[in-house]
Design a protein around this ligand. Structure first.
Ligand code: ZN
Length: 425
C-alpha cells in the first residue's frame, strides 16, 4: 500500500493498494490496507516519467577524446567519429547502464533509445540488446535501429537496417534529411516503413533536424504512416526545420500531421544548442512548432536526446529539466500549458512509445509510479523536485529525502527555505 498521496486531476489525499505488481485500488487516504510500500506524506503521485528520445550508445563520452569546443553539430560528429574508434561492447554497456540508473533515480521508467546501426559489426546494437535484457525488471527500454549515416547513401544501409530488425529492435529509424538527395531521403523513408511493417515494429525517424526550410520530409513520413496504417505507431523526431517553415506551409502541414496521427518529439536541450549555427542575428533556435502542433491536435512529447556526449555536454537524465527548458523554448508559460508540458514527459511520451495499458496511474495498470515532493505538476517543474520515491513494478527502487535550506537572515531566527509560495498552483 502507498499511503497519503495527491493525484493529478483529483482533489484530496489518496491511498493506492497494490496487488500482484498492479494497482488494485485507489481509495481515500486512511482507507487503504496492506503492508506499507511508501508513505507519500502528501506528495504528488504520478505515473513514471517517459523518455521518448535519447542516444544511450553515445552518452557519457563528453570530453573523449576531446571536448566539442565550438559546440556545433558538425564538430560533434567529428569528435564522435574519433571516439567511435574505441567503441567496445563493454564500453557501451557500462555507459548506457549508468545513465539508465540516473533515469531510474529520476523516476524515468520507460526509455526509447536510438542506437547507431551504420556499423557493419553492429557492436553498439548487440550491447544495447544485452542492456535491455539486464534492466528489464526496472526500466522498460525500447531500441531504435538508427542509421546515423543514412540508409540509401550508406553502403549496405538497407541490409544493416534489415539485420537490426532481425536481431530484435523495437523501432525502425531513418534520417532522410541527411541522405545525399531529396529522392534518396524519400526512398529511405519508404525502406524504413517497409521494414517496420514487415516486422511489425514501430517507426521513429530523425526527421528534418536541420535549419533548412526546404527540408520537408515530415510530410512524407506522415503520409506514408497514414496510407500504410502505421499512424500512431510512427514518430518524427527533432523536426527542427519546422521552426523555419513559412506560415502558409505550416498551416497545410498542421492538417497533414493531424490527419496522419503521427507523433512528434521535440528535443529542446540539444536543438537550442545545435541549430541556428549558420545564422547571423536574428538567430534561429531550430525548435519544432510545439505550441502550434499541440493546438492542431498532434501528439508532441519532449525528449532529452543527449546526456553528456559530443552534442550536448550537460544533463542528468531528468525529464523535469527537459520540461523546464521546453517550456521556456516553446513559450508554454500559461498555467494550462505548463500542465501540458508535464504531460509531454508522461502521458504524451507514453503515446510515442505506444505503451497503451502498460502505462498510467489507474486501477489494473502496472504498479510503477513516482511520488514528487510537490503539490502539482506546475510545482514539480518550477521547483525541479526529484521524486522522494520511485516504484517500479511494485518495488521501491529509489528514495530521495527532501532537504530544505536553512537560512540565517539579519535580525531573524534561522528559517527553512523550500521555495514554496501560497500563490503557486
Ligand atoms: Zn536524436
Amino acid at each position: 500500500m502507498i499511503r497519503n498521496v495527491r493525484l493529478i486531476g483529483r482533489d484530496g489525499l489518496w491511498d493506492i493498494e497494490v496487488e500482484d505488481a498492479r494497482i488494485a485500488r485507489i481509495v481515500p487516504a486512511g482507507e487503504g490496507t496492506g503492508d506499507l510500500l511508501a508513505d507519500g506524506a502528501g506528495g504528488l503521485a504520478s505515473a513514471p516519467f517517459v523518455e521518448p528520445h535519447v542516444h544511450l550508445d553515445t552518452t557519457l563520452t563528453a570530453g573523449e577524446p576531446r571536448w566539442n569546443a565550438s559546440g556545433s553539430l558538425w564538430e560533434g560528429i567529428a569528435v564522435w567519429s574519433e571516439r567511435k574508434q574505441s567503441l567496445t561492447r563493454q564500453d557501451v554497456i557500462d555507459r548506457a547502464t549508468e545513465v539508465l540508473r540516473w533515469y531510474a533515480a529520476n523516476g524515468v521508467l520507460h526509455v526509447r533509445s536510438h542506437v547507431d546501426v551504420t556499423d557493419p559489426g553492429l557492436v553498439a546494437l548487440d550491447a544495447m540488446i544485452e542492456v535491455r535484457e539486464n534492466v528489464r525488471d526496472v526500466v522498460n527500454l525500447q531500441l531504435v535501429a538508427f542509421p546515423q549515416e543514412g540508409i540509401v547513401s550508406f553502403d549496405d544501409g538497407p541490409q544493416l537496417l534489415e539485420k537490426a530488425a532481425e536481431r530484435g529492435v523495437d523501432v525502425i529509424g531513418a534520417i532522410p534529411h541527411f541522405e545525399d538527395t531529396r529522392e534518396d531521403g524519400v526512398r529511405s523513408l519508404e525502406i524504413a516503413f517497409d521494414i517496420a511493417e514487415r516486422h511489425g515494429l514501430l517507426l521513429d525517424a530523425h526527421c528534418d533536424e536541420i535549419d533548412d526550410e526546404q527540408s520537408r520530409f515530415v510530410e512524407v513520413l506522415a503520409t506514408l504512416a497514414r496510407r500504410g496504417g502505421l499512424r500512431g505507431r510512427a514518430t518524427a523526431s527533432h523536426t527542427t526545420a519546422m521552426g523555419s517553415y513559412n506560415g502558409a506551409y505550416s498551416y497545410k502541414l498542421q492538417r497533414v500531421l493531424a490527419r496522419s496521427g503521427i507523433n512528434l518529439v521535440s528535443n529542446p536541450l540539444a536543438n537550442l544548442c545545435l541549430q541556428g549555427r549558420f545564422d547571423d542575428y536574428p538567430k534561429r533556435r531550430g525548435l519544432t512548432q510545439v505550441k502550434e502542433m499541440l493546438a492542431a491536435g498532434v501528439n508532441v512529447a519532449f525528449g532529452h536526446d543527449d546526456v553528456m556526449d559530443p552534442w550536448y555536454p550537460l544533463g542528468t537524465a531528468s525529464s523535469l529539466q527537459v520540461a523546464l527548458v521546453g517550456i521556456a523554448a516553446a513559450q508554454l508559460t500559461g498555467t494550462a500549458e505548463i500542465d501540458e508540458a508535464f504531460r509531454m514527459i508522461t502521458d504524451r511520451a507514453a503515446r510515442v512509445l505506444h505503451l497503451g495499458d502498460a502505462y498510467g496511474l489507474e486501477e489494473s495498470r502496472p504498479a510503477s509510479l513516482v511520488i514528487l515532493p510537490a503539490t502539482s505538476p506546475y510545482d514539480a517543474i518550477r521547483r525541479q523536485t526529484r521524486p522522494t520515491h520511485v516504484i517500479s513494478n511494485a518495488r521501491l527502487i529509489a528514495r530521495t529525502p527532501t532537504t530544505p535550506t536553512h537560512l540565517t537572515w539579519p535580525d531573524e531566527p534561522p528559517r527553512q527555505i523550500t521555495f514554496t509560495h501560497p500563490t503557486a498552483p
